[in-house]
Design a protein around this ligand. Sequence first.
Ligand code: FES
Length: 250
Amino acid sequence: MTERTRSRVQAAEMSFLRRVAGLSLRDRVRSSAIQEELGVESLLLRVERSQMGWLGHLVRMPPGRLPGEVFRACPSGRRPPGRPRTRWRDYVSRLVWERLGIPPDELEEVAGEREVWASLLRLLPRDPTPDKRSDKVTVHFINRDGDKITVKGSPGESLLDVVINEDLDIDGFGACEGTLACSTCHLIFEDDVFKKLGRITDEEMDMLDLAYGLTDTSRLGCQVCLSKSLDGLVAKVPESVADARQSQDG
Ligand code: FES
């Protein structure tokens, strides 16, 4: 699962859970606190657990069963055009390494023990690994009034997550809670940072077109995910904000 997909799943899930809890972004309650209050496990945690559960099945599958044979096959050469850049096997090995601390060369041995594997999956930590958390990225927001706010976020978090988690006072920011329906998370970046932000999807482009004060280096904060290479980035909040939902309703 790419960081972008993770971020979108999280945004959709939290938008739903906030409504169930009778809260909105303006209440500035952390996502983890809402999940705890409702007693629900995060969707990503469930997805990861089932991916790792399937990995255990594949590792223990006897020779001759097609899924196991495909998993054990090691094709070489270039991937055909249009295929994902990362193979599922590489993705899931890295996931196990990050979440359970099991290195790839021990993976088959550990996952081969059904009971051990099942108990490890039950103990899967709710949060990303401590390494990931300590690897914080510094972000500077320039607010509408020109004030500079400096905070830290984790790799993989979107700039909207950072605003919520750090309880930043940015008026009207993130009204649709990251579901690409409002454009209130419009941010302007410096040229060199903008080039590092990755591809803009058509959906983001459509929403950006409805933002006030659009520039050549504008992006939507809910679609920009942090990575170490963005450490120290400056994101300027435009002076005016447009909520695309109101323009469409009106
Ligand atoms: S929060 Fe609405 S488009 Fe980003």
